[in-house]
Design a protein around this ligand. Sequence first.
Ligand code: ADP
Ligand code: MG
Length: 212
Amino acid sequence: MTISRDAILDWLKTFAATINENAAYLTQLDSDIGDGDHGANMNRGMQAVLTTLPGIADKDIGSIFKTVGMKLVSTVGGASGPLYGTMFMQMGNATAGKMELTLDDWVAAMQAGYDGVVMRGKAQPGDKTMIDALAPGLNALKVERDNGASIPSALNASASAAQQGMTATIPLVARKGRASYLGERSAGHQDPGATSSCYLLETAAETWNMTS
Ligand code: ADP
Ligand code: MG
């Protein structure tokens, strides 16, 4: 079982739709501890990505991811634009030339994307950022892969771990990004970027449970 290029395109569309549906919620979360634009930022970026997909739908998965990353950098702005942009561009490097992905390929793509976000943003787990959803999501994926799990069950485990990581940001004090300006007052609120990153892994699980 593999993840086809069409499945990748379906995931990107589902992620864009989920961001669109939850834009007001993401913005509310960002109003609590930031400047109230995370939903609008991500929605602008993913809507722009949607317009580029028809023109790149016949390309390899690496090229699709790179184009998505560049589009996000050029349209999102804020902290999340370069971070999500770097993540997708690095995922693109890891999947260059591939027309389908095995679970190993997906783990390698997520690892490269994660490493890109860390390199760019210098956040560590526990800093109350998108890393707090991505790190447990990636770790769960690796554990499942090492245990010989199927793609759907590995993705479900990854999405559950990301959800727990997202919820676990609530009591944390932010050490990176705008929320860190609030110091102790950032505690008691869920991180907006961890929430959108949780959607990223949840929509992969939802989409590929059906299509793979
Ligand atoms: P901005 O903070 O510029 O308004 P957004 O509101 O779009 O940008 O995104 C805020 C989110 O970006 C935060 O909730 C956090 O998850 C993430 N973030 C901010 N700084 C970093 C960083 N250095 N590393 C990882 N993620 C970060
Ligand atoms: Mg913001």
